[in-house]
Design a binder for this molecule. Structure first.
Ligand code: S3P
Length: 179
């Protein structure tokens, strides 16, 4: 196990399609950490998909479940946690995120849109103009994502493994600036 983080969790935040899950799995391997995905845990707790939760219980209830799952995960250490894109919205979620290292995976909206084209698992993109919707969501959240400790901007052609390696290399610099 790599002890550079001394067990503190790494939270990956960012828009839908930014690669939090795939990059997170790679990063967990580098760090010798466990990997969790908040959406997967929410679906397990609710016994419904994210889309079903939005459709039957609404976004407010989804956000409540998301908050509860985050609260439970925060009790763990040595974990990389891929969060849902909207976790940054609720101020109280930051009291948990702040206890770990927060990494913002950022990619141009056009890249996100290409990756999410034809995806039916993101209820917020079930819209007549999903590209405009993505742009509006990012504009509303950008200032929250900017509160992350580390900003990782996707570079053309970079694989999830390469992004994870870059995060791993940058972690010591961020730890210094947190002291
Ligand atoms: C959401 C992002 C999704 C999921 C839900 C809401 C958002 O997760 O939590 O559809 O508000 O941006 P991903 O970021 O993993 O796609």
């Amino acid at each position: 196990m790599n002890d550079i983080l001394q067990g503190i969790n790494v939270y990956l935040v960012g828009m839908m399609g930014s690669g939090k899950t795939t990059v997170g799995q790679e990063l967990a391997r580098h760090l010798g950490y466990r990997f969790f995905d908040t959406d997967t845990l929410i679906e397990r707790v609710a016994e419904k998909t994210v889309s079903e939760i939005f459709a039957t219980e609404g976004e407010v209830n989804f956000r409540q479940l998301e908050h509860q799952v985050l609260c439970e995960l925060a009790a763990y250490q040595h974990s990389v946690i891929a969060t849902g894109g909207g976790i940054v919205i609720r101020t109280e979620n930051w009291s948990y995120l702040r206890c770990g290292l927060v990494v913002w995976l950022d990619a141009p909206v056009e890249t996100l849109f290409d990756r999410l084209r034809g995806d039916s698992t993101r209820p917020l993109l079930d819209d007549r103009d999903p590209l405009a919707k993505l742009e509006a969501i990012l504009a509303a959240r950008r200032s929250k994502y900017e509160q992350a400790d580390l900003h990782v901007l996707f570079q053309d052609g970079e694989s999830p493994a390469q992004i994870a390696q870059r995060i791993f290399n940058d972690i010591p610099t961020v730890l210094k600036s947190r002291v």
